[in-house]
Design a protein around this ligand. Structure first.
Ligand code: 6PG
Length: 477
């Protein structure tokens, strides 16, 4: 038998992806380092479609029709290089290796260049949607060559999630590392969304004085409006869940230390390199790190803070509405920052990424899927050169309508000592962008004072320096 596609690495993501291909009518070769997993897959799910179990790398490669499409679903980093090293010598020019892991885009660029020398297409592909998505339809972000997409695109379109308008949630993002770059920023935005939702929850709990079950109801209501999204939906599920062992809200029995595997951190690291302010995503990453510093938190518990001043029922309900405004406005800012980073990466690496298409393929399947993304798509489709999402008329109008409540929520949070780094960073970004003048002028003055670093004037071209240690006259630098 010859298989149209092969999947190696049959942990849960690989297994589900292989099943997804098979269920869509493709003959799938399956391979795993330990063959027991391969056999288990075929035994358990063999009736879902056509699988070709391969015990060895040679068997696996021989089972694939040409040009070969070989999907690698192993851990990012070393394991991915090891698998490439094992298979590349068995492949021929025109064959494709599709890396569906959460690889760093710089690794993807390196691997793509190395394999291109040998005529092999390396297709770094972001896949989002977790286990469930891999099985029933993920959002797929392939990079790599145009030729590889021509051979692969139709299959990916078939197994991907479909947006509400029926469009498959996959597109050729751009060459080499573009797909993994976009997946990285997806995850950064995912971190920011989760942090903002967390802050909204904490405010509803500590300022409005609501219990988790009540907050779950509020999120359910929000999920019927403009915040409609997968993350809001599962937030309501998590908050309404009751721990069987103790009868307490589940959220109260889980240790409050958030972990991370690294993609959010990469988003911030790369943003620093590109000089793109992604303060909301950065605060989300830092909030996770802070939560993990148990000793530091323990040592800080006695620090002074305001006394709690609970709201009455009417005030609390009004406050909850304001939190929705603050959450929505902050969310617009997060996406503004994330899309800025994609635009900057695209510029830096010459990827020509279509931002409207990125928003379009995030509408379904992925963790940040939301009705909201269709509006981002529309904004970029209407104006592909949009300097920022905030310059889109609709978003600008919505923020204008939300800003009073947004500020009030931050005042309440500050007064009552509830940490809201995500909301605050978002508002600071917004206010900094709209500011007529920034204190950056003073920064330049200071730099010129202590280091003769020079400055530019508002009224004349050129670089200048003031003789701070002398008569303070100005010279042309
Ligand atoms: C997805 C998710 C997925 C992974 C996250 C978790 O898009 O399906 O983003 O890739 O679950 O990266 O990240 P952390 O473990 O860093 O929270």
């Amino acid at each position: 038998t010859s298989a149209q596609i092969g999947v190696t690495g049959l942990a849960v993501m690989g297994r589900n992806l292989a099943r997804n291909f098979a269920r869509n009518g493709y003959a799938v070769a399956v391979h795993n380092r330990t063959a027991a997993r391969t056999r288990a897959l075929v035994e358990e799910f063999g009736d879902e479609g056509e699988f070709v179990a391969a015990e060895t790398a040679e068997e696996f490669v021989a089972a694939l029709e040409r040009p070969r499409r070989l999907v690698v679903m192993v851990k990012a980093g070393e394991p991915t290089d090891a698998v490439i090293g094992e298979f590349a010598p068995l492949l021929e020019p025109g064959d494709m290796i599709i890396d569906g892991g959460n690889a760093h885009f710089a690794d993807t660029r390196r691997r793509e260049a190395e394999l291109r020398e040998r005529g092999i297409h390396f297709v770094g592909t972001g896949i989002s949607g977790g286990e469930e998505g891999a099985l029933n339809g993920p959002s797929i972000m392939p990079g790599g060559s145009k030729e590889s997409y021509a051979a692969l695109g139709p299959m990916l379109e078939k197994i991907s999630a479909k947006a509400a308008d029926g469009a498959p949630c996959v597109t050729h993002v751009g060459p080499d590392g573009a797909g993994h770059f976009v997946k990285m920023v997806h995850n950064g935005i995912e971190y920011a969304d989760m942090q903002l939702i967390g802050e909204a929850y904490q405010l509803l709990r500590d300022v409005a004085g609501y219990e988790p079950a009540r907050i779950a109801e509020i999120f359910r209501t929000w999920n019927t409006g403009r915040l409609d999204s997968y993350l809001i939906e599962i937030t309501a599920e998590v908050l309404s869940h009751v721990d069987a062992a103790t009868g307490r809200p589940f959220v109260d029995v889980v240790q409050d230390r958030a972990e991370q595997k690294g993609t959010g951190r990469w988003t911030v690291q790369i943003a620093l390199d590109l000089g793109v302010p992604v303060s909301g995503i950065a605060e989300a990453v830092f909030a996770r790190s802070l939560s993990g510093h148990a000793a530091l938190r323990e040592a800080s518990r006695g620090l002074a803070g305001p006394a709690p001043s609970p709201l009455d029922e009417t005030e609390a309900a009004a406050f909850a509405d304001r939190v929705e405004q603050a959450l929505y406005a902050s969310k617009i800012v997060s996406y503004t920052q994330g899309f800025h980073e994609i635009a900057a990466g695209s510029e830096e690496y010459g990827w020509s990424i279509d931002l409207g298409q990125v928003a379009a393929i995030w509408r379904g399947g992925c963790i940040i899927r939301a009705a909201f993304l269709d509006r981002i798509r529309a904004a970029y489709d209407a104006r592909p050169d949009l300097p920022s999402l905030l310059s889109d008329e609709t978003f600008a109008r919505e923020i204008a309508a939300a800003q009073d409540d947004w500020r009030d929520v931050l005042v309440a949070a500050t007064r009552q000592g509830v940490p809201t780094p995500g909301f605050a960073a978002a508002l600071a970004y917004y206010d900094a962008l709209r500011a007529e003048r920034l204190p950056a002028a003073l920064t330049q003055g200071q730099r010129d004072f202590f280091g003769a670093h020079t400055y530019r004037r508002t009224d004349r071209e050129g670089s200048f320096h003031t003789l701070w240690g002398g008569d303070r006259s100005e010279v042309t630098a």
